[in-house]
Design a protein around this ligand. Sequence first.
Ligand code: ADP
Length: 410
Amino acid sequence: MNVLVLNCGSSSVRFQLVQTDPARAADGTDRALARGHVENIGGAALLKYEAADGRAIRESEEILEHKIAVEHVLALLTRADVGVVKDRREIDAVGHRVVHGGERFKASVRIDDGVVQGIEDCFDLAPLHNPPNVKGYRAARELLGDAVPQVAVFDTAFHQTMPATAYLYGLPYVLYERHGIRRYGFHGTSHRFVAARLATRLGRPLDDPALRLITCHLGNGCSVAAIRGGRSMDTSMGFTPLEGLLMGTRSGDLDPAILLHVMRKEELGPWEVNALLNKHSGLIGISGVSNDMRALLEAEEGGNERAGLAVNVFCYRLMKYIASYTGVLGGVDGIAFAGGIGENAPAIRRRTLAPLAGLGIHLDEGRNRGLRGEEGEISPSPSAARVFVIPTNEEILIARDTMHLVGAAS
Ligand code: ADP
């Protein structure tokens, strides 16, 4: 089955065409036939397309709306010179990454009018993300027809198993009841994918109620999850993806009273503070150098102290979360590093875990240094808590969920 995976942002469409094999999906035979993105929708957009065999296209084109962007994607996938399917009819289903499913969506669902309404009901919770997700669905429906099934895979769904003790803020309960103010968590698809691989590497069933996993998704956005028996028990992002770890441009945890103080002192309005916290904080905010971990490690090596400070704060905060989640789970059997930083930066893994030796968490520095961008163990053998690098693959999981839901319905 060929599943078109769409991730529609406010001004972008990311896509992959994934071939999934219903009989063999569990053993990882799914493969991306082509992938790419359209960026800067609303102006001079940039199209990037790459087929699995390396044939690639980069084009710039005026693209004013998501539907036209999806139309371009379909044209590229079927184009005689670079396409990977002959005809649109070879696209069997569409799987959408949807950011917010609120408390209603606890798992992936096949999209119908009721589901669209449910996603729209969450617009308030994710005003920048959910509307383009619906646009992507409508575009695909118009271009591929009603007969092609579409599925929504939510970033929040995996974390719906968190207990109230983990998701409630210390605020008047009425705010939760009236406005849904609680912790939701994000990156759920990535944590779910990585947890499943980690369980496989540990040789344990994911749903073993005794299995305690901590997964670290460290990309431009960063989050950690505490997972028992395959169920998310806690995660570091909260009501929005701003909470938790230090990130490329986001602050992560802070004292909310700071906002009022800074608004007064700097004469900032709510939208300026929002930009401050989301775009100008985190690694870029502390270092003043870059939001990119690679650039920061290089700058630190070159003697830039603030770059080193930003990296230290990043690792310290992550270390604290891993330690606290060891408490949440009553111990830990497996820890995984994923995302651009988690997969490619041995120094970050070392600096994060070094203080945790007292909790029985150790790295084999030779293994750690040698592992970049591929799956493998980086703890010594034997270890009570085993540590792995696990490249994440949200698109494959979206394609598999889509295949299962479509298969189940047909
Ligand atoms: P996104 O969240 O946008 O998918 P990625 O998962 O690609 O982002 O992660 C991007 C981050 O990974 C950036 O901070 C980048 O610097 C970092 N990164 C990628 N490669 C390396 C590397 N070799 N060393 C350190 N950091 C890296």
